[in-house]
Design a protein around this ligand. Structure first.
Ligand code: B1M
Length: 795
């Protein structure tokens, strides 16, 4: 029986942990578990068999890290072959009579994707594709992508699975304590993105014990239209003597997972710390539970790499500013490849209230395929709003959709056969909410009925491509009132029917209505209000237009979409009654990308470098560090702590700070004196990769004439000692930024005292205090980099 058929009427039980069992069986630290398929096939088979015997329907091959980054092609082939054979052998010899399947297990690469890390998206797809092809070659029944903590990498793996097999693909993510993936995606963003890409089941594994994961599971059950997987750890690990133990017993594990099965989980198993005993307890406890049917949730939603935006009763705003049509500055920016200008438009629109951003870079003189893709990648690296990919160039659309991290809006399709036949396959493959224009080969119908008929035709055709009705929103086309006084009525009447009779969401670009008239914003905003009254779900509009925003905020307040009129009041707080457009000052306040600190907060690397060079004309490098760079990083750090900023943004801000810092360094190096003073060994301690502060210390010490031996970051105590011995430097500087790494600082000082007792040690870093520095045996605590210099000078 096919696994998806089995799943229709049954619960599906997965296996439990593999790595923890292999360690017990003698796997050494640093040894690659996947090699055991070849060297210890009997042990691997025995573990798989124990899981089947315990009631698992699915065992996952021992291939979690089997990829071409870790093994050469030839060895990878033999590992996957042996892994599938071991699992099959276990199925054949198992005493259990349940339906059995073998899943090809795929884990993360262990590297972050660009721009946050160094692995290119297509390279990642290629890495996963190799393993998938081998799984298919050796005959697995399904693919299980698991423990992914980054949405972008998950997409790369799922795309690879879909492009290289026709097998069912289950996808399970590892969530952090805050209920999101490490790089920020919440469960609904994950669900929207992965279902859009065609995952057959989605869920959560590893991370924590079942109770801890319940909120994530419950959210996935609420928002997903595919079966939900739960594969938790046996609680949290703790070290007991020299053994790692987990704090949830098999009975408690089974009870908690069963409770979530009763709520709708359809696929359950265990991860780290679970054993056949856990799976036996689970299958015994839940075998007789009636599976809850999986229901279609009928939601229209797009997603960024952090969150989903749903089309509901409250109209949404789609910012239209990243589009060269009628915008001289944008056109020039695109021609000059000034992507920072696009980023600043993205931030300003977001801060003014847009929910989604349209991205259109179409100009005859540019390579739209590469520029649209690049623009999408740059914007999604720093701005967390979902994007609407707006192009009539199908190649550019595919390239941008492929690289998009989330579920995009696709602008647009229409009733022409050729357009539907080229865009629908892309929407089906990559997922997305399609903007469908109600026109076809015969042009734009002059009647509402004509436009509705085209909408119906588009729905029928989309269904043939397997696209759901809720993934299409209709644009009933705004025409110019000054050319035809009946035009707005036709648009609104068609919109009303599409929304209220066809039951589809609607979208309009409203500004065309006022073409040729004076005070266009006034007409636009009245038309916008009329459209919202008739059921407009989203407007493609200019968030800079105060008239439009006033109409929008008032509409929401009057229709109960703005609790206690909070947003209306906040919006009106700094406005004069008469201002009609957003002023420069307001824009600056909203976007704040014109200052060095602002550029760092937003993570705009080249702009930060540019602004830093500019600022150096008026102030010195050190005061820029103190007054702009550090406060900006502090602000981002606070946001990170408060869970308002996610790791990718933190990384982008750090990159921007580094770029500014490089400019300061170059500037200072012009006046740098030659090393005339003693040697200074400098390092960020073991386990800590924060080096911005340490680099400032280096820069200043060099400028004061010290010969700095910079060992970099994550430096073990032994390396610091070796460098001191080798160079005979009398001074050492250690930096640590985390409460978890100050221990390594203490360890380093201890070793220095032991091996090089005469050396003086300066310590610094945000988490340190003078008393702590004293307690761990440092000679001097430097609150700032300059303090380190002063201390050195005092010696
Ligand atoms: Co991370 N990070 N970070 N981070 N990061 C902090 C430190 C954190 C406080 C943020 C937060 O949650 N609020 C937090 C630590 C919490 C804790 O300790 N309990 C944190 C965390 C948790 C993490 C990760 C674990 C996140 C994750 O992956 N989930 C991870 C850790 C990885 C690791 O180290 N193993 C991580 C990663 C990163 C980035 C890579 C994204 C990036 C670092 C990039 C880089 O350094 N190349 C980053 C950043 C940028 C920060 C914040 C926002 C800024 C740090 C910074 O550069 N400040 C930071 C929050 C914050 O501090 N506000 C945060 C500016 C710098 C100039 O200040 O280094 O303090 P600082 O240097 C000062 C003084 O302290 C002194 O001089 C400088 C001023 O003149 N000084 C010395 C420093 N060293 C000195 C040595 C001296 C003398 C003076 O003599 C030898």
């Amino acid at each position: 029986m096919q696994i998806l058929d089995y799943l229709k009427d049954n619960l599906l039980f997965l296996d439990g942990g593999m790595g923890t069992l292999l360690q017990k069986d003698g796997l050494l630290p640093g040894e690659k578990p996947e090699r055991w398929n070849l060297t210890n096939p009997d042990k691997i088979t025995a573990i798989h068999k124990a899981y089947y015997d315990a009631g698992s329907n699915v065992v996952s091959t021992n291939t979690f890290g089997a990829n071409i980054l870790k093994f050469d092609a030839c060895e990878l082939d033999s590992i996957v072959k042996a892994a599938v054979e071991n699992a099959r052998r276990a199925a054949e010899t198992s005493v259990s009579d349940v339906e059995k399947f073998v899943a090809l297990d795929i884990g993360p690469t262990g590297r972050l994707l660009k721009p946050f890390g160094d692995l290119d998206f297509e390279e990642a797809v290629g890495v996963f594709a190799e393993t998938v092809r081998l799984g298919v070659k050796y005959g697995v029944d399904l693919i299980l992508i698991e423990t992914m903590n980054d949405l972008y990498e998950t997409k790369a793996a799922l795309l690879a699975a879909k492009e290289n097999s026709t097998l069912p693909v289950f996808v399970s993510n590892a969530y952090s304590e805050n209920g999101c993936l490490m790089t920020g995606a919440d469960p609904e963003a994950v669900s929207a993105t992965l279902e859009g890409l065609g995952a057959d089941a989605i869920g959560v594994n590893c991370s924590f014990g079942p109770e801890h994961l319940a909120p994530v599971v419950e959210k996935l059950l609420e928002v997903s239209s595919v079966p939900v997987i739960l594969k938790p750890n046996a609680g949290l690990p703790c070290v007991c003597g020299c053994e790692t133990v987990y704090d949830v017993s098999p009975e408690n594990f089974a009870e908690s997972v069963s409770r979530l099965i009763k709520k709708g989980v359809r696929i359950a198993g265990g991860c780290c710390g679970t054993t056949p005993e856990y799976i036996k307890a689970l299958t015994d406890a839940s075998r007789d539970i009636n599976p809850i049917p999986v229901t279609e949730k009928n939601v229209t939603r797009v997603a960024s790499y952090t969150h989903a935006v749903k089309f509901e009763k409250m109209p949404l705003l789609i910012g239209e500013r990243i589009n060269p049509t009628g915008k001289k500055k944008m056109k020039a920016a695109l021609i000059e490849h000034d992507l920072d200008y696009l980023l600043s438009e993205a931030f300003t629109q977001r801060d003014l209230g847009a929910h989604i951003l349209d991205v259109n870079v179409g100009l005859p003189e540019i390579d739209e395929v590469s520029l649209l893709t690049e623009a999408v990648c740059e914007i999604q690296a720093v701005c967390d709003l979902p994007l609407q990919i707006d192009t009539s160039n199908v190649e550019a659309m595919e390239s941008a959709l492929r690289r998009y991290s989330g579920k995009a809006m696709i602008n647009s399709v229409n009733g022409k056969d050729s357009v539907m036949d080229s865009v629908f396959p892309l929407a089906k493959k990559y997922g997305g909410v399609i903007v469908a224009l109600t026109l076809d080969e015969n042009g734009i119908p002059s009647t509402a009925e004509g436009r509705v008929k085209i909408a119906e035709k588009i729905l029928r055709r989309a269904e043939e491509y397997g696209i759901k009705k809720n993934d299409i929103v209709f644009d009933t086309l705004t025409m110019t009132v000054s050319a035809d006084e009946s035009a707005p009525g036709v648009t609104l009447s068609a919109l009303d029917t599409v929304k209220n009779s066809l039951g589809c969401h609607t979208v309009l670009g409203v500004s065309n209505v006022s073409f040729g008239l004076p005070c266009r914003d006034t007409v636009n905003s009245y038309f916008f209000t009329c459209a919202m009254e008739r059921g407009l779900s989203a407007a493609i509009m200019n968030p800079y237009s105060e008239d439009m925003m006033r109409a929008y905020r008032s509409f929401n307040a009057l229709h109960g979409f703005d609790s206690m009129c909070t947003e209306y009041i906040a919006f009106m707080a700094d406005k004069t009654a008469t201002s009609a457009v957003v002023t420069g000052a307001q824009m600056q306040k909203a976007g704040d990308v014109t200052t060095l600190a602002g550029a760092i907060e937003k993570g705009m690397t080249s702009l930060a470098a540019e602004l830093c060079a500019e600022s150096l004309k008026a102030s010195d490098g050190l005061s820029l560090v103190e007054n702009e760079i550090i406060p900006a990083l502090d602000k981002v750090g606070r946001g990170f702590e408060e869970k308002k900023v996610y790791l990718p943004q933190l990384l982008m801000s750090a990159e921007a700070a580094k770029a500014a810092f490089e400019v300061i360094k170059e500037n200072l190096s012009d006046s740098r004196s030659v090393s005339t003073k003693c040697g200074f060994v400098l390092a960020t301690v073991k386990g800590d990769i924060h080096d911005i502060g340490k680099n400032i210390v280096k820069l200043l010490m060099e400028n004061y004439g010290y010969k700095v031996y910079d060992l970099g970051r994550d430096v073990p105590p032994e390396a610091v000692v070796a460098q001191v011995i080798e160079t005979g430097a009398p001074l050492v500087g250690l930096s640590a930024l985390m409460t978890t790494t100050v221990g390594a600082m203490e360890e380093t000082i201890k070793l220095l005292r032991e091996k090089t007792p005469d050396v003086r040690v300066i310590v610094g870093g945000a988490v340190l205090t003078e008393s702590y520095a004293e307690a761990i045996g440092a000679d001097f605590y430097a609150a700032t980099a300059m303090d380190a210099v002063r201390y050195a000078e005092s010696l």
